[in-house]
Design a protein around this ligand. Structure first.
Ligand SMILES: Cc1cc2nc3c(=O)[nH]c(=O)nc-3n(C[C@H](O)[C@H](O)[C@H](O)COP(=O)(O)OP(=O)(O)OC[C@H]3O[C@@H](n4cnc5c(N)ncnc54)[C@H](O)[C@@H]3O)c2cc1C
Length: 260
């Protein structure tokens, strides 16, 4: 839509430790970095879009929106926050080292690949019931471990070894844990945008409660908690918000009708 756009990105996407990405039609099993590299290349075709590598450290509302960027203050009328989330993993030794590979958050993305089983769940309560139920549709053995009974998780070849505090061990094909996502950036709160524990509050178009500010992807609260946080849903939310931003910027239509 020939809208002058600057993308600030410090290159730490949520699935960065994952060697393979699933549920992205046409890219199944691809390393996530390849998709991002292709996207960067595609953006170069559009002179209205500039990508700046670096962290936006903060933001404040003046007459417009001022971002604290690596090159100094940056002023904009409209802002789309798509800064993603980071996962506060359970404090069990070994989980962080295997995160994205043998320790995983989402059965839809990575369950099938480990269906030879057993697939362990380290969790409790409603999360354990939900994820355990999904995994039992893929494999017969889904051992459940409470987080406080696990001493460590280590790699053994292409499998994971769970060691309990009492010394007992269990070798499994993969381990699923709750992701515990928290926003990667405090830009939304800097700008007084309404943020709940499950993300920035947005409507179906990605509009926040503050004029000129949209949010999309994992950082935004999904309209229904059962909508997966995934690459394709993030892309779809980004497109939806981008279209709404372009339509907001466009001159008013002569017949009063927007959309297409
Ligand atoms: C281990 C793991 C495996 C996954 N596997 C899959 C899978 O197979 N298939 C699937 O569909 N989904 C998968 N997901 C989910 C998927 O990664 C996310 O849903 C998706 O990345 C969300 O996209 P996003 O654009 O909202 O955020 P992200 O992909 O996290 O991108 C946010 C970007 O914003 C940048 N950023 C953040 N703050 C700032 C700042 N202040 N300044 C500048 N830049 C900033 C980050 O560096 C990053 O590049 C997985 C998630 C995890 C944790």
């Amino acid at each position: 839509m020939h809208v002058d756009t600057v993308v600030f990105d410090d290159g730490r996407p949520r699935n960065t430790t994952s060697p393979r990405m699933h549920n992205v039609l046409g890219w199944d099993g691809t390393e996530p970095a390849r998709l991002r590299a292709a996207a960067r290349e595609e953006l170069e075709r559009y002179p209205w879009v500039r990508v700046v590598d670096g962290t936006v450290r903060g933001a404040r509302r003046e007459t417009d929106i001022e971002l604290d960027t690596p090159g100094g203050p940056w002023h904009t009328e409209n802002l789309l926050i798509a800064a993603g989330v980071e996962d506060a993993l359970l404090p069990v030794p070994g989980l962080a080292e295997l995160w994205g590979d043998l320790v995983l958050p989402c059965p839809y993305c990575h369950g099938h690949e480990h269906a030879e089983g057993p697939i362990a769940v380290i969790s409790s309560g409603a999360h354990a019931d939900h994820v355990g139920g999904l995994l039992r549709g893929l494999t017969d053995e889904v051992p459940l471990f409470r987080p406080d009974e696990v001493a460590s998780v280590t790699r053994v070849g292409d499998r994971a070894l769970i060691t309990r505090h009492d010394g007992r061990t269990r070798e499994v094909a993969a381990v699923f844990i709750p992701p515990n996502p928290t926003p990667r950036s405090h830009i939304a709160t800097d700008l007084g945008v309404r943020v709940e524990t499950d993300g920035i509050v947005v409507d179906a178009l990605g509009r926040t409660d503050q004029p000129g500010i949209w949010a999309a992807g994992d950082v935004a609260r999904r309209l229904d908690p059962h909508i997966p946080a995934a690459v394709v849903t993030a892309m779809a939310a980004g497109l939806t918000a981008a279209a709404d931003i372009a339509s907001t910027i466009a001159p008013p239509p002569r017949d009063g009708v927007r959309g297409h």
